[in-house]
Write a protein that binds this ligand. Structure first.
Ligand code: GLP
Length: 245
């Protein structure tokens, strides 16, 4: 980012000139996916632009999804995701699914603990009025890319110690003989709000898929009620159809 080339006259507002400069660097490959941008202060002194101008130029590229900002670590060129094809008819866990693809799994905890259930959780899990609910809220990543936010609720009887789940919920359930064998899943479209978009490192308002899963034990007892938000640019869902009888 040399100071040359920014001019008050003739080339549009200065923040747009900076934006174009960054977009060109991305398009030409001089800035690659995942590369970090210098801090705002440094960019201002490199270009001779004010910090306000730098901030405005960068913010708009964040809003359009070309750059991502991570609190505390800086601004980066957005990474393009390779779309994953996901079979809709198999009851698998995120961990199993990624392992099958030979991909790594990582989770970032947003929160977990025991709470008084919401009316929705009481209904979905068939809880009594005195029951508490275990909530696990995490960002699921694979190969360093955030793919989904999952908010799982289970009865306290099923999961008395939510902090025991380190990486895979299903492996903890399985170890306790409580692996679900059937699930009903609903998928709908949504636009991601600012906070969730931040967790998924996409622009606020980006397309997302809301996936709700209620899973059952062989006895028919509900075991899990999970609401997830998947990145719309990361998944293709596939299912085999048979002709109607
Ligand atoms: C999938 C499902 C969730 C389930 C999760 C368990 O992503 N959509 O409903 O809770 O897998 O994954 P893991 O065992 O990796 O915690």
């Amino acid at each position: 980012f040399s100071p040359r080339g920014f001019s008050e006259t003739g080339h549009g507002p200065l923040y747009l000139q900076l934006q174009r400069r960054i977009a060109d660097a991305i398009a030409s490959g001089r800035l690659g996916p995942g590369d970090s941008l210098p801090p705002e202060r440094e960019m201002a002194s490199m270009t001779g632009l004010s910090r306000v101008t730098v901030r405005r130029g960068v913010q708009e590229l964040v809003a359009s999804g070309q750059l991502v900002q991570r609190r505390g670590s800086g601004t980066f060129v957005a990474r393009k995701v390779e779309r994953l094809e996901q079979a809709l008819s198999l009851l698998t866990s995120f961990t199993e699914d990624m392992a099958r693809r030979g991909r790594s799994v990582e989770s970032r905890w947003i929160g977990r603990g025991l709470f008084a259930p919401s009316p929705e959780e009481v209904m979905a899990l068939g809880l009594g009025s005195a029951d508490r609910v275990a909530r696990l809220e995490r960002v699921r990543l694979s190969d360093g890319l955030p793919l989904a936010i999952e908010r799982a609720s289970l009865s306290q009887q099923v999961l008395p110690r939510p902090d025991q789940v380190e990486s895979s919920l299903y492996s903890v359930l399985e170890a306790r003989g409580l692996r679900p064998v059937r699930a009903v899943q609903r998928i709908s479209a949504t636009n991601l709000g600012a906070a969730d978009a931040g967790f998924l490192q996409v622009a606020p308002g980006a397309a997302g898929l809301r996936i709700e899963r209620i899973s059952y034990l062989p006895s028919g007892q509900v075991i899990e009620f999970t609401r997830s938000l998947y990145r719309g640019d990361a998944y293709d869902f596939a299912v085999e159809l048979k002709s109607a009888p």
